[in-house]
Write a protein that binds this ligand. Structure first.
Ligand code: DOR
Ligand code: ZN
Length: 347
């Protein structure tokens, strides 16, 4: 039995760090284990321009513990007003690694997002020319589509037509949750990939709804039925470079999660690497963990691999992760997998 596993330092290719007091509290949680992360731009107001991304990057760096070499990889929030030239300049300067597409109304702070893909085609054409990836929140938002079908319908009615129309566009399907997402991500060669979150490898929709409603398991895309969770586990542990880690760790204070209209998001920054070790061990795939967390994402984004390593150690007793972390805005509940975890990050 493997008792210890040393990996190249991992990257989180989809992370919400927020701003202000929340940023100060959560940035160290990710920087402890990860070398880099793709930072989501859904602040209020959103990170739309290169100048806003540069300023946000500086605020993130200022929130890191002294001596941290964590690198935030910035993204721009795509709106119907986004200027192709601004995107091209931000990419050429090395400031941004991707542009994020939120269909309007899909999730937290997505109201400035895109109502119809036709309205952003000039930006997408520029991105295809320069090879800048589009990170897609892949859900349709039309009222007649059932929330559990939103991802599959997005693939059929938005993503696949877009990729046929603009074959050079590089796309990351963010936080896939379905077997349809798993299957589609494998069809695009080097220009298509998908991130998978920690929590979607662990929970299905029963965890949210059976025996009482569990607001801390509510996120978007919402967890689906068990066969989809199993498909995600097979994908993450497969060694296929189309799949890599993007935690979508998305902190909201408890007061807004435990609410009549609770916010979407699971906060997993603190315990993601131990949870992934648990999942990969269960799947008999610990040797594939490094590819999922530290190789595939960097290669897709054409970044150098990280130097340095982290070591995961098996523990005799279950690890005592905090139930909550405290922030200047109030407590944030850490994702609780609901089973004992016997892995920790050494050091
Ligand atoms: O659960 C989620 N939370 N999904 C998202 O797409 C956004 C995120 C957030 O920003 O809270
Ligand atoms: Zn997200």
């Amino acid at each position: 039995m493997i008792q210890s596993l040393t990996l190249r330092r991992p990257d989180d290719m989809h992370l919400h760090l927020r701003d202000g007091a929340m940023l100060s509290a959560v940035a160290p949680e990710t920087a402890r284990d990860f070398a880099r992360a793709i930072i989501m731009p859904n602040l209020v107001p959103p990170v739309v321009t290169a100048a806003q991304a540069a300023a946000y990057r500086n605020r993130i760096l200022a929130a890191l513990p002294g001596g941290s070499d964590f690198q935030p990889l910035m993204t721009l929030y795509l709106t119907e007003e986004t200027a192709p030239a601004d995107v091209a300049a931000a990419a050429a300067s090395g400031l941004v690694q991707a542009v994020k597409l939120y269909p309007a109304g899909a999730t937290t702070n997505s109201h400035s997002g895109v109502t119809h893909i036709d309205r952003v085609m000039p930006v997408l054409e520029t991105m295809a020319e320069i090879g800048l990836p589009l990170c897609c929140h892949g859900e349709v938002t039309t009222a007649e589509v059932d929330i559990f079908d939103r991802e599959a319908v997005f693939i059929d009615t938005v993503l696949d037509p877009l990729r046929r129309r603009l074959p050079g566009l590089r796309v990351v399907m963010e936080h896939i949750t379905t077997e349809e997402g798993v299957a589609y991500a494998a069809t695009g060669g080097a220009d298509l990939a998908a991130t998978i979150t920690t929590h979607h490898l662990i929970i299905n929709r029963n965890h949210i709804l059976v025996g009482g409603i569990r607001p801390h398991y509510y996120c978007l895309p919402v967890a689906k039925r068990e066969k989809h969770r199993l498909a995600l586990r097979r994908a993450a542990t497969s060694g296929n470079p189309a799949y890599f880690l993007g935690t979508d760790s998305a902190p909201h204070v408890d007061a807004l999660k435990e609410h009549a209209c609770g916010c979407a998001g699971c906060f997993t920054a603190t315990n993601t690497m131990p949870l992934l070790a648990h999942v990969f061990e269960q799947e008999g795939a610990l040797p594939q963990l490094e590819a999922f967390t530290s190789l595939h994402g960097a290669r897709f984004y054409r970044l150098p691999l990280n130097s340095g390593t982290i070591t995961l150690e098996k523990t005799a007793a279950p690890v005592d992760f905090p139930e909550k972390i405290q922030t200047g805005q109030g407590p944030v509940t850490l994702f609780n997998p609901g089973f004992p975890v016997h892995w920790r990050v050494a050091g």
